[in-house]
Design a protein around this ligand. Sequence first.
Ligand code: ZN
Length: 341
Amino acid sequence: MLACRIHAKEDLRIEPTADPEIGPGQVLIRLGAGGICGSDIHYYFEGKNGSFVIREPLIPGQEASGVVAKVGPGVTRVKPGDKIAVSPSQACGQCDYCREGREQLCRNMRFLGSASLYPHVQGMFCEYFVLAERQCYPVGGDVSLGELAFAEPLAVGLHAVNRAGDLLGKSVLVTGAGTIGCLTAIAAQLAGATSVTVSDVLDRPLAKAREVGATRTIRADQEPQALAAPQFDVAFEASGSFAALKACVAAAKRGGTVVQVGTLPHEPLPFVVNDIMVKELDFKGAFRWGIEFDWAVAYLSSQRVDVSPLLSGQFPLQDAVKAFELAKDKTQSTKVQLVAA
Ligand SMILES: [Zn+2]
């Protein structure tokens, strides 16, 4: 079988590799679709993702769907031929955070496609991979493998909204109209927000935000005054830009909430603590997801949520370099996926 491996910065190779073996409680999965996400892009173009540096060849890929090829002894949740969403979370299930129901904060997390640990935890950009039964979510219905691969980023958006608290009757701002920003906008609509305004510095992402239901869009670079006055109950920072975080803090009403979803550059940031203090803002982080992955699978498989406007292209694994180039270009793409040939 073939695997996509990043050896170093801009050194991505499609390599033949041994078929994986399965053991008790494990499932062999054939890749359906795998979305290229921000961390994959950092690993390929920079050889690192923040402080996580590639020290051995890494198979990226944290957002995937697939089809069950084979099951190991004792597996009952899925059977060969099942269409599945795949959770990249391998939380331990035993630490205090896991037991509290916050597996995203697990002390022993092994997240797929990440160089945070050494040896690295390999991801899903390969034809076949083996995971634990509990990471497999069988679905029926007409949802495509491409749409199903949005379960992970949709879970991120749902978790951000869940962190914000009740959105019924609330006005919402989302800064950043990439995949996570648009999925957070969708999640805010599901949660009952009366309006969802989305800002970005490019036109194409804003057009996508309108396609998925944003009530208003703002070119933050061209009309900064539009975000200068306090006007939103809740603001989600999903762009990874400090300027956008400042806009969230400025545009939040007194007593409002700001949720940080995006990853800001790893450098010292002058922080807007006084604004948070005088406006009594609740400033919260949202990291990955917990139970929201299950919700994302339910929203996608029932087709209650339509993510198709966000899927910009699919490439066979062999064309991974071309796919990464397109994924990086936000004037041309939102989500780009790899599929098994
Ligand atoms: Zn744990």
